[in-house]
Design a protein around this ligand. Structure first.
Ligand SMILES: CC(C)(COP(=O)(O)OP(=O)(O)OC[C@H]1O[C@@H](n2cnc3c(N)ncnc32)[C@H](O)[C@@H]1OP(=O)(O)O)[C@@H](O)C(=O)NCCC(=O)NCCS
Length: 164
């Protein structure tokens, strides 16, 4: 599993993945890839996961305190928030998401100021809840983001170390 920066050359594939029902059902908005991939704000990383050189998934890591839309509100410092999906349904359930998340934790917690990683699946996305709990995330609670009812989960640095 290798994570690399997403580039404008990935846009056709990212749009194809957006249209996959399992991705769309997870609440991924119609992201403006051309705009997002042309900006390189310090508070966001957009990454493609590759298995043996083949792109299999997408990952976004943001610093929610610095993110420009203030999606997470006044959350304070020391956090990272993640969005993740596996592009093709046939690639789900093969352990790729687990590998992507483990690589992500190492990336996030390499910064000593980061104390926890957040994730906000839709309240209806019970398969994702199970996935995050198995990775050591704990439920923070329900939260409404724009029009979406979500559950916020958190993985603290200490919980990550314990699971190592
Ligand atoms: C959630 C997701 C990233 C997990 O990645 P993955 O590679 O399928 O996960 P793994 O193979 O490492 O682990 C499998 C676990 O993932 C969970 N899972 C979530 N969605 C799944 C799906 N569509 N198919 C299979 N497993 C899924 C299950 O809990 C499964 O555990 P189980 O064996 O107890 O059922 C991936 O399934 C996905 O992209 N789903 C659609 C988009 C999404 O929901 N993203 C998260 C939004 S917050």
């Amino acid at each position: 599993m290798h994570l690399r920066e997403a580039t404008p050359a990935d846009i056709p594939l990212l749009r194809h993945w957006d249209r996959q029902p399992h991705v769309a059902a997870s609440g991924v908005e119609d992201w403006d890839w051309a705009e997002m991939l042309s900006e390189r704000p310090v508070w966001r990383e957009m990454l493609i996961a590759e298995e043996d050189g083949r792109p299999v998934g997408f990952l976004q890591i943001i610093d929610p305190e610095a993110e420009d839309t203030r999606y997470w509100g006044d959350c304070g410092p020391g956090l990272r928030a993640i969005d993740i999906w596996i592009g093709e349904l046939s690639d789900t359930g093969r352990g790729l998401g687990t590998q992507m998340m483990q690589a992500t934790f190492a990336r996030c917690f390499a910064d000593n100021t980061v104390r926890a990683v957040l994730i906000d699946p839709l309240a209806t996305n019970t398969a994702a809840h199970r996935f995050y709990r198995r990775l050591g995330f704990k439920l923070v609670g329900p939260r409404r983001f724009d029009d979406d009812d979500c559950l916020v989960f958190e993985l603290t640095r200490a919980a990550w170390r314990q699971g190592d």
